[in-house]
Ligand binder design. Structure first.
Ligand code: ADP
Ligand code: MG
Length: 309
């Protein structure tokens, strides 16, 4: 049966640098087109950790040598990462679709995601961005209004808040394209975080978790399924322990208990499980799937992965 699917791509779908990304998107495109080929409508979202780190470092280095320029704000770095990743992905998807004689447009929507300026995350920046810095660079970053932490003796790092997504600004545009049968890449890197100031949207120095943003996107699109593709085939309880158990089909209530028991690492599996849970709980027919990129086809046909319903 034809479904509307939001696919959230993890780090391994894109690689860590330009060369890796160029190669990785080919495999990624195959896995995505497998789902399109059988008639599903697909919207793709993705992470941007290494890419936004690279862009942020490059812009900071540039600023160090050209202090007359402005330091590039985090929101602009996220926008750049959406453009750069979207370019590679849409190109790879286009080629894979053509190889299979599927005639569909593919485009990337630069996506802004509204956040609440009162979100508690703004009082407590937690997400490290870019590489380790010397004391000298750290002082410059602080002078530029960044929050810097000393990371357990390894050096200094800029940290930014990670607020929860409130709404997808470009949702109607994304919907229109999906309704026309087109493939859309949206919400990259969790979206560009913005706050409303009347009619103006102001970019803020923050990073939204891509798993939470994908959940919001899936809900607003009224998708049937949220697929989170990552580096493991299934979600486990007692992960990495002798009594490790891989989960196949779980209810929202069941996985809620596992969350309480602390089975999922914050910053890696926890946001995925929480996003998957929230989407599945939002309507009776909706469900989420967490699995490996290479297993997405088997996952959607119920053969593998962890399904939350
Ligand atoms: P992505 O780039 O896809 O967001 P992450 O590295 O952030 O990937 O998260 C996936 C990782 O979460 C897995 O590779 C695994 O090492 C880790 N992980 C933590 N807890 C669990 C768990 N309970 N079950 C499965 N994987 C887990
Ligand atoms: Mg992650």
């Amino acid at each position: 049966m034809k479904k509307k699917i939001v696919i959230a791509l993890g780090g391994n779908a894109l690689g860590n640098n330009l060369e890796e990304q160029m190669a990785a998107v080919k495999t990624t495109a195959k896995a995505i087109v497998d789902l399109i080929e059988v008639g599903n409508d697909v919207v793709v979202s993705h992470g941007n950790g290494p890419q936004v780190g690279m862009i942020n470092n490059a812009m900071s280095e540039f600023y160090k040598h050209h202090p007359n320029y402005h330091l590039c704000p985090m929101s602009v770095c996220v926008a750049m990462s959406q453009g750069y990743i979207g370019y590679d992905l849409q190109n790879a998807l286009r080629e894979e679709l053509l190889n299979r004689n599927i005639n569909k447009g593919v485009s990337t929507i630069i996506t802004q995601v509204e956040v609440n300026p009162e979100d508690k995350a703004f009082q407590n920046p937690t997400k490290p961005i870019g590489s380790f810095m010397t004391k000298e660079d750290a002082d410059l970053a602080i002078k530029n209004g960044e929050t810097v932490i000393e990371d357990s003796g390894r050096g200094y790092r800029v940290v930014v808040p990670s607020p929860k997504p409130v709404g997808i600004v470009e949702i109607e545009t994304i919907k229109s394209l999906v309704n026309m049968g087109q493939v859309v890449i949206a919400g990259g890197g969790g979206g560009i975080p913005v706050v409303k100031q009347g009619n103006h949207l102001k970019g803020v120095s923050a990073v939204i978790d891509k798993d939470y943003a994908s959940c919001t996107l899936a809900k607003e699109l009224d998708a049937d399924c949220l697929i989170i593709l990552t580096a493991v085939e299934k979600v486990a309880v007692n992960f990495g322990k002798p009594n490790e158990k891989w989960l196949d089909n779980v209810s929202v209530d069941e996985i809620k208990e596992y969350v309480k028991e602390g089975h999922f690492a914050p910053g890696s599996m926890l946001p995925k499980v929480e996003a998957a849970m929230e989407f599945a709980a939002s309507k009776a027919e909706r469900y989420s799937l967490i699995t490996l990129l290479e297993k997405s086809k088997d996952g959607i046909s119920g053969k593998t992965g962890t399904t939350i319903k």
